[in-house]
Design a protein around this ligand. Structure first.
Ligand code: HPA
Length: 251
């Protein structure tokens, strides 16, 4: 079963035929909301809105462990696609573009970022050299191509703490570090999926120029980004529909 984690603007999947909603309790507390089970085409999909269905949970307070645990252990997801809005640091990545990153730099702090707390006498150091699943990335790219949607391949995702946006100097630093895009939710979500050994990849929607760049040189008015997101999320839905076609979802 494919799991989709919806980010800002994507609190529901218009092309998901909903069968049922299920409230799941986890050993790590409550997920962001009920899981929505349904179908895109003939394929089973489970969906959760990362920030809650009313978009009430800020990035630093999302219960990432509960969300991933619920999708994997309760819903039995076998692959996860995370949809996330980002700011663009790279000049050729204009707002409205879609991108499938291949690397992460984690600048977040104070988040519950592991299932392995050492309590059972086990110390686990999970391999994270390649943080995203190459398999799911490749499927997303092929699905995008089949759906006629142009999607950028590869990029370094900088995960910042939020909820505030970055300063222009922080964005300069992220660029020097090698980051292409910046968002607040990519971690620890990706590593938690890795810990539970479920293939995970992100489909990022560029909502704005990062602070100090392009038309954000004087500031970012976050509420003005909704129009960009709305249009791009239609394209995200097309990619997800492609991913659920028989070619990519062998039943
Ligand atoms: N910075 C961090 N997170 C974001 C941004 C940004 O500019 N845009 C969308 N999510």
């Amino acid at each position: 079963m494919l799991a989709v984690i919806g980010g800002s603007g994507l609190t529901q999947l218009a092309n998901l035929e909903v069968d049922r909603r299920e409230v799941v309790r986890t050993p790590y507390g409550d997920p962001s909301g009920a899981l929505t089970f349904g179908r895109i085409g003939t394929q089973g999909v489970v969906f959760i809105a990362r920030h809650g269905y009313g978009h009430t949970i800020p990035p630093h307070l999302v219960n990432y462990r509960a969300n991933i645990w619920a999708l994997v252990q309760a819903a039995k997801a076998t692959r996860i696609v995370s949809v996330a809005s980002v700011g663009s640091i790279r000049r050729d990545l204009t707002p409205g573009s879609l991108l499938i990153p291949h690397q992460i730099i984690d600048y977040t702090w104070g988040r519950e970022s592991t299932f392995f707390q050492g309590g059972d006498g086990q110390v686990v150091h999970v391999d994270f050299t390649h943080p995203y699943s190459e398999g799911v990335r490749a499927e997303l790219l092929r699905a995008a191509e089949a759906a006629g949607e142009s999607v950028g391949e590869g990029g370094v995702y900088a995960a910042t703490q939020g909820p505030r946006l970055e300063t222009a100097a922080e964005i300069d630093r992220l660029e020097r570090d090698g980051a292409d895009i910046v968002g607040m939710t990519g971690m620890p979500e990706a590593v938690l999926a890795r810990e539970l050994e479920v293939p995970y990849a992100a489909l990022c929607v560029v909502a704005n120029w990062a602070a100090g760049r392009g038309d954000s040189s004087d500031g970012i008015r976050f509420h003005e980004l909704e129009g960009v997101l709305e249009e791009s999320l239609g394209r995200v839905r097309n990619v997800l529909a492609g991913l659920c076609s028989d070619e990519f979802c062998p039943s």
